[in-house]
Design a protein around this ligand. Structure first.
Ligand SMILES: [Zn+2]
Length: 306
């Protein structure tokens, strides 16, 4: 029974989870108020609904930022800038990354503490990237963005319809106009089954997210910076040399996770699904564990007795 985290760290983690959950709930409220109930969600339509307090401008801001929100006191106006440098579609449609950036900035606008900060200081820090930031405020805005673009009410039922693989995730990403990476993360979050998403960069774990059922089953994916199991190391080599052909693998939970409080967890079989994202030099690994491998069957014969 190895506790994966020190008590204090665990409390901070729980606090952060709560704050992220609140950010997701706030996003759901915004959608509900606007009666947005189908994918894809258009973040620019949300901005339009906040006129004249909020105005947006897109432009090629090169490497300065992905998005930025400013408050101009003299006009009592929020200005949202988003970088269109990733947009290449001839019809002017925004790329998933651009849409995520806009939704992230909307998090700074719609989350009360963020907006209060902006009103005090005039400027939000420039936001960049999808979710590698450690700063709590950025993590919250990212959670808001994921909740806004991939609401639980729309994506949740599809995620829990059956066993998930990257073909499903790609299809959802197409419908919600979100990146495969952010869709995979959100899908894991919304899954009722034991699963996790690991992001591999430079041959090591760069980020990991797990479903609630994974935690309840006693499996915590290893932390950022951890080495990969040998099978996954081989997949990473294949990915970096551009020949990741075999995209499925098998291992045991102990290869990927610290396990505790569950005797079954250590040796539970894990299905590995691999998906390479060359632009960000990231190899995504979706781990799924059969429910019955972590949780005992309900030997509940009360139905017969009643
Ligand atoms: Zn930000």
């Amino acid at each position: 029974m190895n506790r994966p985290m020190a008590k204090r760290t665990k409390m901070e983690w729980a606090e952060m989870q709560t704050r992220q959950q609140r950010a997701v709930e706030r996003a759901a409220e915004v959608l509900e108020a606007l009666k947005f109930a189908s994918a894809p969600i258009d973040p620019l339509a949300i901005i339009a609904s906040e006129k004249p307090l909020l105005c947006a401008t897109g432009g090629n801001f090169r490497n300065r930022f992905d998005g930025q929100l400013e408050y101009h006191r003299s006009k009592n106006r929020f200005l949202l800038f988003f970088n269109t440098k990733y947009d290449r579609a001839p019809n002017g449609e925004h790329q998933p990354r651009t849409r995520f950036s806009i939704a992230h900035e909307l998090g700074h606008y719609f989350l009360d503490a963020h907006q209060a900060y902006l009103r005090r200081t005039g400027k939000s820090h420039p936001s960049r990237g999808e979710f590698l930031s450690d700063r709590n405020i950025e993590t919250e805005a990212d959670a808001f963005a994921a909740g806004l673009l991939m609401p639980a009410s729309l994506l949740g039922p599809r995620v829990n319809d059956g066993e998930m693989c990257f073909a499903d995730i790609q299809a959802w990403a197409g419908d919600f106009k979100t990146s495969v990476t952010s869709t995979a993360r959100r899908a894991v979050e919304l899954s009722d089954f034991p699963c996790a998403l690991i992001g591999v960069r430079e041959g090591r774990v760069a980020f990991s997210f797990q479903s609630q059922a994974m935690i309840e089953g006693g499996c915590y994916p290893r932390l950022r910076g951890s080495a990969l199991p040998p099978g996954a190391q081989a997949k990473w080599q294949a990915f970096t040399s551009g020949c990741l052909l075999e995209k499925e693998g098998q291992s045991l939970a102990r290869a990927w996770c610290q396990t505790y409080d569950n005797d079954r967890a250590d040796g539970a079989p894990v299905s590995e699904h691999y998906f390479g994202v060359p632009p960000t030099q990231t190899l995504l690994v979706l781990l799924t564990i059969p429910e019955e491998a972590l949780f005992p069957d309900d030997d509940d014969d009360s139905d017969d007795e009643d």
